[in-house]
Design a binder for this molecule. Structure first.
Ligand code: NDP
Length: 285
């Protein structure tokens, strides 16, 4: 349960940079302080072999819930008492919430993304292009479909992974879906409303890495979103801004999944701007 070890594991996997403190912890505790909540958010490393005991321990110690990350997002499910709708559709949990005496698994990644998307546009009836088919793309596509998007195009390098995600969406959600294997620079077709990078391209330290995308096909007024939180201003974010697109950076998703988690656990609606500022300090944005 070494704090230092967990920092290395979690930060390297999710943020690509060893930062002195865990960004999620800094963000959540900033909200707790701001709202005078006498709560703590602890960073605790749990090995795969220790997961069952850790969940039992959280129950025994009266935790109101916890976040979990790779490699526990799927494995934790068998130790819980039930799942929220999107966690059940995705088969992955990143946020556990005690409801009465039941521990319920939720997935706040996609919900956090949709919350930040709603600040610019309502996903209902929109045509969406998503780059990537990993965990982030899965969470975002399920939630965007639940929010009523009319069509989702998944663009991914690995065809097997792309087809797997498309099959899941087709089987479980009332949304038009297509898969495009990612070869060469992708052109966004006219009529696309929202473009999302849900790959790890652009994550520190590979900040110069470029999405294979013909940026001349990004049109003024399109919404372009990037999941990369570090650095918040990725190459895609600056290209999209200079093309006149409306842009959401990766801090938006991170802040909003934190907002939803805090609301689930404490019942308090935290101030997202306090949480964003805390993250900007961590990332030097
Ligand atoms: P996964 O490993 O599950 O998926 C990675 C995806 O990126 C795959 O689709 C992979 O394609 C694609 N990819 C990676 N490198 C390349 C490349 N060079 N060219 C083309 N495609 C590439 O990761 P996650 O989905 O869990 O996470 C993705 C990113 O999302 C991470 O950087 C993470 O920081 C960020 N994230 C941000 C959150 C936030 O709150 N802002 C929350 C969760 C994640 P392929 O299948 O072909 O390998």
């Amino acid at each position: 349960m070494s704090k230092e070890l967990n920092f290395k594991q979690e930060l390297t996997a999710a943020f690509g940079q060893p930062i002195a403190e865990n960004p999620t912890q800094v963000m959540v505790e900033a909200a707790y302080r701001h709202h005078n909540l006498d709560w703590r958010y602890l960073t605790i490393e749990v090995s795969p072999e220790g997961l069952k005991d850790a969940v039992a321990g959280a129950r025994a110690m009266g935790f109101r819930g916890f976040n979990c990350t790779i490699p526990h997002k799927v494995a934790v499910i068998e130790h819980l008492d039930g799942l929220g709708e999107s966690a059940s559709l995705m088969g992955a949990v990143n946020c556990v919430v005690r409801r009465g005496d039941r521990m319920i698994g939720e997935n706040t990644d996609g919900k956090g993304f949709v919350e930040s998307l709603r600040t610019l546009t309502d996903p209902e009836g929109k045509k969406v292009v998503i780059f990537g088919a990993g965990g982030a793309a899965r969470a975002i596509s399920v939630e965007v479909a639940l929010a009523g998007a009319s069509h989702i195009t998944i663009v991914n390098r690995s065809e097997a992974r792309g087809n797997e995600l498309v099959s899941l969406l087709k089987a479980k959600l009332p949304v038009g879906v297509s898969f495009v294997p990612w070869k060469g620079d992708y052109s966004i077709s006219d009529g696309t409303d929202v473009v999302i990078n849900a790959t790890s391209i652009g994550l520190f330290p590979d900040v110069e890495a470029r999405l294979a995308l013909d940026t001349s096909t990004l049109k003024e007024g399109m919404v372009v979103a990037d999941v990369i939180p570090n650095p918040p201003t990725t190459r895609l974010v600056s290209d999209a801004r200079s093309r006149g697109c409306r842009v959401i950076d990766g801090l938006g998703m991170l802040v909003n999944q934190g907002v939803i988690g805090i609301k689930y656990w404490t019942g308090v609606d935290p101030d997202p701007s306090v949480m964003r500022r805390a993250l900007e300090e961590v990332f030097g944005a």
